[in-house]
Each structure stands twice: as structure tokens, then as C-alpha cells.
Design a protein around this ligand. Structure first.
Ligand SMILES: C[S@@+](CC[C@H](N)C(=O)[O-])C[C@H]1O[C@@H](n2cnc3c(N)ncnc32)[C@H](O)[C@@H]1O
Length: 237
């Protein structure tokens, strides 16, 4: 897809994770943000990072991602809100600057797996610090298609909590995305292109866009709605 459609695809999403506004506020509360450095590894356009920076003006906030479209959106939003959030194009897997606070949401794949992410992040967050970790898990045993889409590395929620403990973390908070958060996430992930398609039905790219939208909705409803869960953990030591 070209740059125009790439930028448009996620344009209707608040953030790239199933998360309501009240749930986001709760997570930021539990992170006990203050001064020091907050790094968001795999930040996308960093909406939650921006909210954190707005809440805690003493915080130095850095978002790290490889997606220049997302980083550009984050920089624009930071400028519009007068926030000194830094958006850095870098491979988060090699990020080694210790920080008091970190976010890693929906980005475990950067490190290879949930277990590898929890271990690597323990080296990034200072011993007195906190990590907001968001990851998928199997809410029920997966069907073959869900397994094919999301791969063999996802854990159940109890196994994910065990993996966090094994990596040296204490679980300070656990919550999961509700069905409405999931449905809204999936709907908004399609809304940018649905809007474009309605306005450009005869465009040469319309067929490809329609196929992608139909496949995504079909897979969600048939294969992973209620099967794939998503959890938010606040972890400390
Ligand atoms: C599901 S998105 C989550 C984005 C964001 N955390 C949020 O909640 O809105 C995963 C992000 O990981 C980023 N990513 C993938 N590989 C990466 C890497 N090696 N280094 C940094 N970011 C990476 C993607 O570009 C994408 O923005």
C-alpha cells in the first residue's frame, strides 16, 4: 500500500491496542508517574505516552519505534499539545538505557516472545521502577486459524503471570481488555479504510482495500473474538 493509505489505515484509532479511556486512566494511576525517565518501547504514535507526559510534567518521555508514519503522528500530536515528548526511530530490541518507568504494549514480538520480552524489559527498567506491560494471551484454547494468525508463543494468562514472576517481576496490577474494548479496537482499526472506501469506490486500490477489510472482520468474528485476550500488567520488583 502507498503512503497515503498506510497513514489512513490507523487514523481512526486512539491507540493501537484494545483499551478504553477509563482503563487507560486506571493504568496511568497504577504506574505512579512522577519524575525520571519513561520510555515506551514499540510506542507507535505514543498516545498513552503523551497522556503520561501531560499528567506528569516532571517526566522525561521517550517513544521508540521503527514505524516512521507512527512516529510522525506522535511528533505532530506532541507539538499540538505543547509536550516535550521525544519520538526516536530505533530498534527497541537493542534499547539499553535504564529508565524509572517503561511501557511495552502489544510489542512483545520485538523481543521474539512474551518470555523474552519480560526478561529483556527487566534489564531496561531500574530496580525501583515500574513497567506497564500489555500482551495478548489465549483466553480459551485457540482454534487452528487463531494459532496460525498469532503464532505458537502466546501463553494463557496464568502462564503469562508465571513468566513475569520467573523474569523477576512482582505483579502489582492485572486487568484485561473487555469485549467492548476489543470490538471498538477492531472497528476503529478498520474505520480509516472504510471511510476511504466509501468515498473512493472506483479507485484502482479499492478492491485490495475491500478485501483486506473483509478478511480482517471475518477473521475477528470467526476466529479470534473471545479467543485472543489482552492483558495489562503493572510490574515492579
Ligand atoms: C501493536 S503496535 C502497538 C503500538 C503502541 N504500543 C500502542 O499501544 O498503541 C506494535 C508496535 O511495535 C512496533 N515495532 C515492531 N518492531 C519494532 C522494533 N524492532 N523496534 C521498535 N518498534 C517496533 C510497530 O511499528 C508498532 O508500532
Amino acid at each position: 500500500m502507498d503512503d497515503e493509505l498506510t497513514a489512513l489505515r490507523r487514523s481512526r484509532m486512539r491507540w493501537n491496542t484494545p483499551l478504553s479511556e477509563p482503563h487507560a486512566e486506571l493504568l496511568l494511576d497504577r504506574m505512579a508517574l512522577g519524575e525520571g525517565h519513561l520510555v515506551d518501547l514499540g510506542c507507535g504514535w505514543g498516545e498513552l505516552l503523551l497522556r503520561a507526559a501531560a499528567r506528569a510534567p516532571g517526566l522525561r518521555a521517550t517513544g521508540v519505534d521503527v514505524d516512521v508514519t507512527g512516529l510522525g503522528r506522535g511528533r505532530t500530536a506532541a507539538g499540538e499539545r505543547g509536550l516535550a515528548v521525544e519520538f526516536t526511530e530505533s530498534d527497541a530490541a537493542t534499547w539499553d538505557v535504564p529508565a524509572e518507568r517503561a511501557f511495552c504494549i502489544g510489542a512483545a514480538h520485538i523481543f521474539g516472545s512474551t518470555t523474552a520480552a519480560l526478561e529483556a524489559l527487566a534489564r531496561v527498567v531500574l530496580p525501583s521502577g515500574r513497567l506497564l506491560y500489555g500482551d495478548g494471551f489465549w483466553a480459551v484454547p485457540p482454534n487452528a486459524t487463531a494459532l496460525d494468525i498469532f503464532g505458537p508463543d502466546l501463553l494463557t494468562l496464568p502462564d503469562l503471570l508465571d513468566a513475569a514472576n520467573d523474569a523477576g517481576w512482582r505483579v502489582l496490577h492485572v486487568s484485561t481488555a473487555g469485549q467492548l474494548e476489543w470490538d471498538d479496537f477492531e472497528s476503529t482499526s478498520r474505520a480509516g479504510w472504510e471511510g476511504w472506501l466509501a468515498a473512493h469506490p472506483a479507485d484502482p486500490r479499492a478492491g485490495e482495500v475491500r478485501d483486506w477489510l473483509d478478511r480482517r472482520l471475518r477473521e475477528y468474528v470467526r476466529d479470534y473474538r473471545g479467543v485472543l485476550g489482552f492483558t495489562y500488567l503493572v510490574l515492579g520488583r
